[in-house]
Design a protein around this ligand. Structure first.
Ligand SMILES: NC(=O)c1ccc[n+]([C@@H]2O[C@H](COP(=O)([O-])OP(=O)(O)OC[C@H]3O[C@@H](n4cnc5c(N)ncnc54)[C@H](OP(=O)(O)O)[C@@H]3O)[C@@H](O)[C@H]2O)c1
Length: 250
């Protein structure tokens, strides 16, 4: 079973990753939600209908047992992140992958940001993936993979306008590389996928910033999900930060 955090909401990256894992790769998945409970149920039902349809149309093909679970978790404080992990352990799931997709975007310079917002962003973006991996490592199977979601420019840029958000993702990159070294002995790969402008980004490029994307377009969901599949199937790649950003800021 593959856990994808923040994967319930319709037409967002997390739910698109879930769809690709189930429908293209026939993987079992655990859909995590915080506020989007109904979306999680709808996504689960949509996938079950699709699998049913496939089974009906291809009588002779064995699709196997695909498990689709949903789980709630609020990652904005340590207690509730731990409770989320404990629930996974209680249910007895064995994981073959973790995709830390939850990311709380925060605009504003360090000097202009409220202290509570700084803490919440760090809790959600860096403490939650760290605690999740720490607590769930015992149910990660040999040969599993971990993917963390980053943002383009982490290794070359300083962002003043969204400094706290950027700092959390830089920490996440450090976590990625450090865990890649530590978990290689368990045959677990750890990588980061860093996005620029996604097709549904909260901040879409202005005409001026469009000129900074050499591909001259935003990323499609498929640009990202295909890379997730690639990393899932190529465990020799580890400790890497792959930018899928159309060459932004080159
Ligand atoms: N979209 C972009 O253009 C872009 C660009 C660069 C990087 N990224 C990164 O790519 C990832 C996905 O981006 P996105 O825009 O699809 O993300 P998003 O919509 O902002 O967030 C995905 C989900 O995260 C969950 N979430 C947020 N705060 C949470 C919390 N405190 N506790 C638990 N869950 C929480 C929400 O679940 P509920 O709906 O259930 O509450 C939300 O639907 C993020 O890590 C983001 O930083 C995105």
């Amino acid at each position: 079973m593959i856990l994808v955090t923040g994967s319930a909401k319709r037409k967002k990256l997390g739910s698109e990753i879930i769809k690709a894992l189930v429908l293209d790769k026939k993987e079992s998945v655990l859909i995590h939600y915080n506020n989007s409970k109904q979306d999680a149920i709808d996504l689960k039902n949509y996938l079950l209908d699709k699998i049913d349809e496939e089974l009906k149309n291809k009588h002779s093909i064995q699709i196997g047992t695909i498990q689709i679970g949903t789980i709630h978790g609020d990652f904005s404080n340590r207690k509730s992140i731990s409770a989320f992990c404990d629930e996974i352990l209680k249910r007895g799931y064995k994981l073959s992958g973790i995709i830390n997709n939850v990311g709380c975007f925060l605009q504003g310079s360090i000097l202009d940001t409220k202290i509570d917002d700084i803490y919440k962003t760090f809790e959600t973006n860096i403490f939650s993936p760290m605690i999740i991996i720490n607590k769930l490592q015992k149910v990660l199977k040999d040969g599993s993979f971990i993917i963390n979601m980053g943002i383009a420019g982490l290794e070359s840029k300083i962002s003043v306008k969204s400094a706290i958000y950027f700092m959390t993702k830089q920490n996440l990159l450090f976590l990625t590389k450090s865990l890649a070294k530590e978990l290689v002995s368990k045959n677990i790969s750890v990588n980061m996928i860093s996005l620029g402008y996604l097709e549904n980004s909260k901040i879409l490029p202005t005409t001026k910033s469009f000129s900074k994307i050499i591909e001259n377009r935003t990323a499609s969901f498929n640009d990202i999900t295909s890379t997730v599949m690639y990393l899932m199937e190529n465990r020799y790649i580890t400790g890497q930060n792959i930018e899928i950003a159309g060459g932004v800021n080159l």
